[in-house]
Design a protein around this ligand. Structure first.
Ligand SMILES: Nc1nc2c(ncn2[C@@H]2O[C@H](COP(=O)(O)OP(=O)(O)OP(=O)(O)O)[C@@H](O)[C@H]2O)c(=O)[nH]1
Ligand SMILES: [Mg+2]
Length: 204
């Protein structure tokens, strides 16, 4: 895809770290050490150069996340309603025209994640751009217009939770990342952690 000059200040990156991590025994996944650094650090390092502002969406240990120097936003909905609730809660604090999200448990996020999502959104004149790994949508890797806040709130207000169902309400661009499948490696279990840790240590 063509390279166009885009100012990163039009994007706010939201790191989704508000889940329960049930498959990791209920730990706070963003703070689990991976090869010497908390998982959230990898995502911060990848996202920060691509955006004007970063927000961490976390429901626990806010004082620890605050050490990273960016705003920490908790879900404003009770009971861990899923990533869409984290997106809505964060979106309230976003002042740039676009919000882009990434999960805290994916340490191999590419340098051009935001640009690729954005260019596809422009190309398709869409409201939302979602990553696709060649097999399926990867809904937590999403770029959207900030003006969609009311739409998400209305959707959640009807007790709807499913992000794919919300996507269907809007013009959606699907951004192909099948050429970089590592983007979507995510750490859900202790075994995943061991595998990724070995890989990172081998690459040092
Ligand atoms: N804000 C917020 N984020 C969530 C919620 N549930 C999941 N997420 C985030 O969505 C992303 C993908 O979720 P998972 O990898 O399944 O993480 P998880 O839900 O914490 O883990 P499991 O309980 O094991 O499924 C992660 O970045 C989570 O932090 C939620 O209720 N609120
Ligand atoms: Mg995951």
């Amino acid at each position: 895809m063509e390279n166009i000059a885009v100012t990163k200040h039009i994007f706010t990156g939201v790191i989704l770290a508000g889940g329960q991590a049930r498959r990791m025994g209920g730990q706070d996944k963003g703070l689990i050490e991976l090869a010497g650094s908390p998982m959230v650090q990898y995502v911060l390092d990848a996202i920060s150069p691509q955006v004007g502002h970063v927000i961490i969406n976390a429901n626990r240990n806010q004082e620890i996340y605050a050490h990273y120097g960016c705003p920490i936003i908790a879900d404003e909905f009770e009971g861990f309603c899923g990533p869409l609730a984290g997106m809505a809660s964060s979106l309230r604090s976003v002042t740039s025209p676009y919000m882009v999200t990434a999960p805290c448990d994916s340490p191999f996020i590419p340098k051009d994640l935001v640009q690729r999502l954005y260019l596809q959104l422009l190309h398709e004149e869409a409201e939302i751009s979602v990553a696709h790994n060649g097999e399926r949508l990867q809904p937590v890797f999403t770029l959207m217009k900030t003006t969609l806040l009311d739409s998400i709130l209305e959707f959640l207000g009807k007790d709807e939770r499913k992000i794919d169902k919300w996507f269907e309400l809007h013009k959606l661009a699907i951004t192909d990342f099948s050429d970089c499948p590592d983007t979507f490696i995510n750490i859900n279990t202790q075994d995943d952690l061991s595998v990724v840790e070995s890989r990172l240590k081998a690459s040092i």
